[in-house]
Write a new protein. Structure first.
Length: 116
């Protein structure tokens, strides 16, 4: 076997062994969040909800992305969030919403309503 074959085989083995570890960590922590700045983030979480309509079990994934940044001109910054579900028990719909924020006097951001 060549060196390239050994390297590819080792990478494939590492990937296969990492998947159960990530599944175990998700079961223990309940969610993974990767936040790159104040408005851009990815989140993966477990859904275990009981309601009057029945149980819901599965995974949820949300991604927030900046769609309009006018802060250089003292304008709003608008963030679109998409939420997807993979349920093995229950039913759901994919969601998408957009919110805008303006810079406050204190230096943070205040909600300014939904996107135009």
């Amino acid at each position: 076997m060549s060196r390239l074959g050994c390297a590819l085989g080792s990478l494939a083995w590492l990937f296969v062994m990492t998947v159960p570890l990530l599944g175990f960590m998700l079961a223990v922590r309940g969610e993974f969040t990767w936040r790159r700045n104040e408005f851009v983030e990815d989140r993966l979480w477990l859904i275990t909800a009981e309601s009057t309509s029945g149980d819901e079990r599965g995974l949820g994934y949300s991604a927030a992305r900046v769609v309009s940044d006018q802060t250089a001109a003292d304008g709003p910054i608008c963030v679109r969030t998409r939420v997807n579900f993979l349920l093995w028990r229950g039913q759901s719909e994919h969601l998408e919403f957009c919110d805008c924020y303006t810079r406050s006097v204190s230096g943070g951001y205040e909600p300014n309503g939904s996107c135009p």
